[in-house]
Design a protein around this ligand. Structure first.
Ligand SMILES: [Zn+2]
Length: 291
């Protein structure tokens, strides 16, 4: 089972989240048959999503991250909540592009330039919607930029996915360190120095480090208190009722057209590939219910 760990430094200067998302990203890979570059891109976004979901407060809040770039991968979406559930998809999951100049999966080029949207639905009033221009498309940089621009919270964001030659996920996860307003310059310099010399996420995956070990390692020299460890997983909450509502929202005219054309409608869930089929009688019922 994948894990998410929340921690703080005892001086209250930093808040830290770390997650192991290997099974989550592997599940996404299986559902969507992701190419390695799409797997890395979506895996990073979902890793950020599950950690950012854990930052939400309220009654069943949800967080949607949407990256709309002009690269070949198309739009990429992650939906998560505060209880460790996450799901995601990307528009063109099988896109393959050459490795970048460093010999790594070219996530930034696959995403392209565009906008990163963050929607927080706290189930009270209107959802909060934030939007920032995509910086590099490497996802981690873009999330850090969002935190700085929209939430005025300087953050270190590290996200990584290590894809094996057979396309399975060898390692996935990351961490977010947030600088609290009361943090002083000395502590900040100390963090910068310690972060500057750390090993890469890939090396951490290869050593099999747990999220707790990652936190203790990246916050070396700080007095860290682990607050909570949560199980996290890829879970889709789609249902027949939800799909019915989606069809009904198409309107009388369009449902009539579907009924006349094929006599049935098949909808496939974007997130988990489950198929829902509605026959003649159901479509007629929807026409009655639709506007
Ligand atoms: Zn689903």
């Amino acid at each position: 089972m994948d894990k998410l760990v929340k921690a703080v430094t005892k001086d209250g200067y930093f808040r830290i989240y770390a997650a192991d998302t290997r099974e989550i990203v592997n599940t996404a890979q299986r559902y969507h048959k992701l190419s390695p570059v799409c797997c890395a891109a979506l895996g990073r976004l979902m890793t950020a999503g599950v950690m950012m979901g854990a930052m939400l407060k309220g009654d069943k809040p949800s967080l949607t991250l949407q990256m709309k770039g002009d690269g070949p991968l198309g739009m990429m979406v992650s939906v998560s909540d505060s209880e460790g559930n996450v799901k995601g998809y990307c528009a063109n999951p099988r896109v393959d592009i050459p490795l970048n100049s460093k010999g790594k999966l070219a996530v930034g080029s696959a995403v392209g330039s565009g906008v990163l949207g963050v929607i927080k639905d706290l189930k009270m009033r209107e959802p909060y919607i934030g939007q920032v221009p995509i910086q590099t498309g490497e996802v981690g940089d873009d999330i850090a930029y969002y935190f700085m621009q929209s939430e005025q919270t300087p953050s270190v964001v590290a996200l990584g996915v290590l894809v094996d030659t057979d396309y399975s996920v060898k390692g996935a996860g990351g961490f977010i360190i947030q600088v609290m307003p009361e943090c002083d310059d000395e502590a900040l310099t100390m963090l910068e120095n310690s972060i500057g010399g750390i090993m890469t996420l890939t090396e951490m995956f290869e050593r099999g480090m747990t999220p707790e070990e990652v936190i203790k390692y990246v916050m070396l020299g700080f007095d860290v208190e682990i607050l909570e460890t949560t199980d996290i997983g890829y879970n889709c909450d789609c249902s027949k009722e939800r799909m019915e509502r989606a069809i009904i929202s198409l309107g009388k005219e369009q449902i009539t057209e579907i009924l006349n054309d094929t006599g049935e409608a098949e909808i496939c869930c974007h997130f988990c590939d489950r198929k829902y089929t509605f026959g003649d009688a159901e479509l007629r019922r929807f026409i009655d219910l639709a506007k």
